[in-house]
Design a protein around this ligand. Sequence first.
Ligand code: URA
Length: 233
Amino acid sequence: MERIDKIIASQGQYSRSDVKKLISKKQVSVNGEVVKSANVKADPLTDRITVKGVALDFKRNVYLMLNKPKGYVSATEDRDHQTVLELVPEAFAGRDIFPAGRLDRDTTGLMIITDDGALAHNILAPKKHVQKIYHVELDIPVTKEMARGFAEGVELNDGVCKEAGLEIVGEYAARVTLKEGRYHQIKRMFGCYGAKVVELHRLAMGNLHLPDDLAVGECRELTDEELKLLQQL
Ligand code: URA
């Protein structure tokens, strides 16, 4: 059981002081009874809580997927650039959400945004070696030598990379699978072959793939099935 003001405020739409005002205006109820004090306790999972007559759709955590556009930074705040949080639907904006992992400002594709620190840690923990798949376009043709080098482990200035998959999918295009996530890793790996990455798009994290119908810039909640794929990692 938790305090009613805390339960409602945790959902991000109202602050604790907003909730107190709503209670004094008799606009909060639990199981049909008007709440008279913010000290009242309820079980957010089983009790029917209403605010201004609308049932509270309680969520302990939120899990969002974004098809990240170019130009946004993977951070909760930034002085100079727009952040991915600006693309999150209004209903979730008041929660303590953050991007689980980073994509460069000019990289597009699958990004998870959540307020579940344990899940984020699990996805990102280096020991887990969660696979991330990217579509890459280069300024020069992709070569078999690059693919061989990626499979063996490219040497960067911060050490040798874990083996990575490189499938040639076009003269200038490749599908790269990484098991780690270092700063500008793919750009630096191709840089070792004199190649510049001109497009970088994340297609998948673990078994979770970016759905075809999620347009660039769109952000929505994960379905239960999609969330299970992330929780299995
Ligand atoms: N590798 C990069 O160079 N940039 C990214 O955003 C992701 C992987």
